[in-house]
Design a protein around this ligand. Structure first.
Ligand code: SUG
Length: 417
């Protein structure tokens, strides 16, 4: 019997979490620019989501916030009081919380050498995200340092934008079986940036040693990007044999279904029509930015943001889905409002890694005791609020630096300092 299971690694929300409106094309983030943020509440919401998934009997891991403010970026761009305020805010961004953008992960059963391959996302489209990958890679190299089981690559060259697992789906009979990997890219030219480039996706597939017959490349619908779906995981999510998607997710919807089915004949599609839930409402509620999880019972559950309960069309659709006896048997709302206001729902906050937990550095795996320890540091050290004008202040800098240091010490991970 294989010991490979899906482990969800959530990003702990960093103490500098703030709303700076840095992501063009991410409507939640740009519409909340300048709001007061609540870093402590944000981080506790994230831990509560992890606890709720652990209580379902699922394996849970976490990644630590990256060092902020980022002195390398401040020095590298000579950011001073004459520089645009947004560049300073970039150096303070807590954006590494969205670990669906940390890397693309190909589990061992899919790769030529039988190792799990991870490529950190270069995130080149936005400066506040482009600064992440080296520090992310350093963390992945520790968490997945067992070279018999894992290979951690360098990011794809910045010529091609790569945003990681947010544009990657995997279909499989069970997590430990060989799967079909689907890469979704955007074509540039629209009013918002297309953040995932086709050639980056193809490079990742080659670097990971995927079987070309079991790799599928699909174009995202330009209309979806234009409506605010800056990543594919805003309009689709997959698990096992199930693709849960909006009917306007892909440039050629039927062609996409056909291409996935050709590689993975057992595909089950759960499609939401635009008549039932408009693209705009799907993006506002983040219905598809859900965690589609296989429970130990074998049933599938959909972990959705509480915003879905507040949308009549979305909630009606979900109730109808449950009544129809389809493959998704449970809907679990979670409150991640602080992250949602920056365009990060339950799915953005996690990176799925199929691995034997015994091969992962145990310091990155969560249990109840560790969750309580993390909550205590957050409660004591994370700022309660941040107003945009505080970004750059020496006082806030002391606070966020010492908060992160305290968390690293509490988790015996000070080497990440
Ligand atoms: O890259 N928001 C993130 C949200 C990432 C969501 N991830 C996935 N869909 N997987 C982004 O757009 C906003 C930060 C700010 O404006 O302060 C931000 O970076």
């Amino acid at each position: 019997m294989s010991d490979l299971v899906e482990i969800n690694f959530d990003g702990i929300v960093g103490p500098s979490h703030n709303y700076a409106g840095l992501s063009l094309g991410n409507l939640a983030a740009t519409s909340h620019a300048g709001d007061t943020s609540y870093p402590r509440a944000a981080a506790l919401q994230g831990i509560a989501k992890m606890r709720s998934n652990m209580a379902l009997g699922l394996a849970q891991g976490f990644f630590l916030p990256l060092p902020r403010p980022n002195g390398d970026l401040i020095r590298g761009l000579a950011i001073d009081e004459t520089a645009p305020r947004q560049l300073l805010a970039a150096a303070w961004s807590a954006s590494s919380m969205w670990t669906a953008n940390a890397a693309t992960v190909s589990p061992a059963p899919d790769t030529a050498d039988g190792r799990c391959h991870l490529t950190p996302a270069n995130l080149v489209t936005m400066p506040h995200r482009a600064q992440e990958w080296q520090d992310t890679q350093a963390q992945l190299a520790i968490a997945f340092g067992d070279e018999q089981h894992f290979t951690v690559h360098d990011a794809v060259l910045p010529a091609f934008g790569d945003e990681g697992a947010a544009n990657h789906m995997r279909f499989c009979a069970s997590h430990d079986a060989a799967g079909v990997e689907v890469f979704v890219y955007g074509k540039p030219g629209g009013k918002f940036p297309a953040r995932q480039h086709e050639q980056a996706s193809r490079a990742v597939a080659r670097l990971h040693g995927l079987d070309p017959d079991l790799s599928v490349f699909i174009e995202q619908n330009p209309a979806a990007i234009e409506a605010g779906a800056f990543h594919n995981d805003v309009v689709s999510v997959a698990n096992g044999s199930v693709l849960f998607t909006h009917e306007l997710a892909f440039a050629d919807q039927q062609g996409a279904y056909g291409a996935i089915r050709a590689a993975y004949p057992a595909l089950e599609i759960v499609e939401v029509s635009a008549d039932a839930v408009s693209l705009a409402e799907a993006i506002r509620s983040y219905l598809f930015n859900a965690q589609l999880l296989s429970l130990p019972s074998g049933e599938m559950a959909l972990v959705v943001p509480t915003e879905c309960q507040e949308s009549a069309s979305v909630w009606n659709w979900l109730e109808g889905m449950l009544a129809s006896n389809g493959p998704i048997r449970k809907v679990i709302p979670v409150d991640v409002r602080q992250s949602m206001a920056n365009g990060g729902g339950p799915a953005c906050l996690r990176l799925r890694v199929v691995a034997d937990p015994a091969t992962v550095d145990q310091r990155f795996l969560l249990d109840e005791e560790k969750a309580a320890r993390i909550e205590q540091v957050i409660a004591e050290k994370w700022p309660e609020t941040i107003n945009p004008e505080q970004i750059g202040s020496a006082e806030l800098e002391d606070c966020v630096v010492s908060a992160r240091d305290a968390l690293l010490a509490a988790l015996d991970l000070s080497e990440l300092g």
